[in-house]
Design a binder for this molecule. Structure first.
Ligand code: ARG
Length: 581
């Protein structure tokens, strides 16, 4: 049990004894340490329901609560209950972490299966910097969910069956440079796609050819299918290289095409169950009127009032759509994988799409916790959408390349004694780590400005700062040459800096569940920054190696735990830690 859970259960017992019935009494970390370590406003909420005086209720509860050795409670303002944890209680909990591989993190997800749908780029189009957010966020959420005990299935739902294939097929047949394709497939496919796209814009007859190529593909034409297959295969290989570099992996890659042969049956089923109906030749899902129009994804407000906003699942020409595939995908995940939850890590512009999918799924009888984990845009330093000088979308590979190049320079300057091989490895970890942390330390919904200098700084809120903090801790142990056995050390907390460090260390197990409440790895990122700062203050104020034996052992244990929480925490963000830098 975390400290917070223990406080909650003791507080609940006290409330029950006062009120004569079981109630829930949530506790949160205090916003301001001057008032205590944790606090609860349960007395206020419960007194309001019962129309009694909150302060009087809080007083009765405080008199009744048994905190054991945990610390003390007092009342502030109209009825807040503040808890102050004793240094001894922090010490006991910190010591328990020494022998706990999970570092106090509770197995909250045990018995639950979650499918995480992230990255999902479109074949034959490059992954641009917007995909970076989905890939990095999704990977981190997957790592955190696994650590909390969920059964996690990561699925790369690539766009391998879009209308872009009409253009690609035409381009493949007329423009493809096989040597360039062999050497680096994604840029060559992109070149072909762009040229055909431009030609089709200028000349409708080219567009018509592309459309007929697409129709042939969809009808199962052998030549086009073979080209499509190769195109998907080389694209996947190209993507895999990027994922390897990012240290991101997927359990499955079931792209859109995987669901093709389920779509016709799905549409029939929707018609039969009257979830969808034919409108102007197309099959559409309309509102069932169960929600207020403001909350109904199938209604939209126009100048002259509320209008229908249907989701089309089959076009009048018989073609299926993105929504059709997503419904088939959702069903597959629930039926085949027995998913309890599905998290879709996809940008804000697709919000309406997912609201419609979730609503339609519920009407279809598919139940589960479905979440659209949305995110905003990445802006260049000019605060406009990030583009290259020629106005194209910035490509993910280029961002990674530049990050590593820049970190190479920083490392050459700061750590000239690293050998060339180690320097290259460290530069990779620092550069990629910096890009990931810049993403993960932001509130996912706000647009963020991409700044190389800020991202790679060794001071400030960056990955290199955290990696460097971890290196500093490891170097303490290197000096000892294994002469200390920290696992058995007694932890004694006297100095304010020691107490604060321990307070944060035992909070690790409380932070991770909150991260998953709303899918916000930035809460973990910020916690790690706070922990690193607390470690540095501790290390400045409290001598470790020069302290007398028992104090030294206790402080070394704090160093060890700080290093473990930092590297575990960074690992959960998908960031690797060098041994030296
Ligand atoms: N391929 C889509 C895109 O790039 C993202 C797919 C997200 N996942 C899903 N199940 N719709 O916009």
């Amino acid at each position: 049990m975390t400290l917070l859970q223990e406080l909650e259960s003791r507080l609940a017992v006290a409330f029950e004894s006062v009120l004569g019935e079981p109630v829930s009494a949530p506790v949160v970390p205090a916003a301001d340490l001057r008032f205590g370590d944790y606090q609860s406003n349960a007395a206020m909420a419960l007194a309001k329901q019962r129309k009694t005086n909150p302060r009087a209720l809080a007083e009765q509860v405080i008199a009744a609560v048994d905190l054991g050795d945990l610390g003390t409670a007092d009342i502030a303002g109209p009825g807040f209950i503040n808890f102050r944890i004793s240094p001894a209680a922090f010490a006991v909990r910190a010591k328990a972490l020494l022998s706990d591989p999970k570092l106090g993190v509770p197995p909250l997800g045990e018995g639950r299966t979650v499918v995480i749908d992230f990255s999902a780029p479109n074949v034959a189009k490059p992954m641009h910097v917007g995909h970076i957010r989905s890939t990095i966020l999704g990977d981190s959420l997957a790592r955190i969910a696994r650590f909390l005990g969920f059964k996690v299935i990561t699925d790369n739902h690539i766009g391998d069956w879009g209308t872009q294939f009409g253009m690609i097929l035409h381009g493949w047949k007329t423009l493809l440079d096989e040597t360039a394709l062999e050497a680096d497939p994604i840029p060559e496919l992109l070149r072909v796609y762009r040229e055909v796209n431009a030609a089709a814009k200028a000349d409708v007859s080219v567009l018509a050819i592309c459309k007929s190529e697409l129709v042939k593909l969809q009808a199962g034409d052998a030549e086009n299918l073979a080209i499509w297959e190769r195109c998907v295969a080389v694209s996947k290989a190209g993507l895999q290289r990027i994922y390897d570099r990012l240290d991101v992996s997927f359990d499955t890659w079931l792209g859109e095409s995987f669901y093709n042969d389920r779509l016709a049956g799905l549409v029939d089923e929707f018609l039969e169950k009257e979830i969808a109906r034919v409108s102007e030749g197309a099959v559409c899902i309309f509102s069932d009127g169960a929600r207020k129009p403001e909350e109904d994804p199938f209604r939209v407000h126009r100048e002259d009032g509320w209008a229908d906003n249907p989701a089309i699942i089959r076009k009048a020409d018989g073609g299926f759509l993105y929504a059709t595939t997503d419904l088939a995908t959702l069903e597959y995940r629930i039926d085949t994988w027995k998913a309890d939850e599905i998290w879709y890590v996809v940008g804000v512009p697709q919000q309406l799409h997912f609201r419609q999918i979730f609503d339609a799924a519920a009407r279809w009888g598919k139940t589960g916790n479905f979440q659209h984990v949305a995110f905003g845009s990445i802006l260049g330093e000019d605060r406009k959408l990030m583009k290259t000088r020629s106005g194209d979308n910035v490509q993910l590979v280029d961002v990674l390349e530049e990050a590593v190049e820049r970190s190479r320079k920083v490392i050459a300057e700061r750590s000239p004694d690293l050998g060339p091989e180690e320097a290259a490895e460290v530069a990779e970890m620092v550069g990629i780590g910096a890009v990931k942390f810049a993403e993960l330390s932001q509130n996912r919904l706000t647009d963020y400005v991409f700044s190389w200098d800020r991202m790679l700084a060794l001071q400030g809120d960056t990955a290199p700062y955290l990696q460097y903090s971890n290196v500093r801790i490891r170097s303490i142990f290197r000096k000892l040459e294994g002469e200390y056995e920290v696992a058995s050390a007694e932890i004694v907390l006297n100095e304010a800096e020691e107490i604060h460090l321990a307070r944060l260390l035992v909070r690790f197990g409380e932070v991770l569940p909150v991260v998953l409440d709303d899918h916000r790895p930035n809460l973990l990122a910020n916690y790690l920054l706070e922990l690193a700062r607390a470690f540095h203050s501790f290390f400045e104020a409290c001598p470790v190696l020069k302290a007398e034996d028992s104090v030294k052992a206790s402080r070394l244990a704090l160093c060890e735990l700080s290093g473990r929480v930092l590297s575990e925490g960074l690992g959960l963000l998908g960031i690797r830690c060098p041994n030296r830098m």
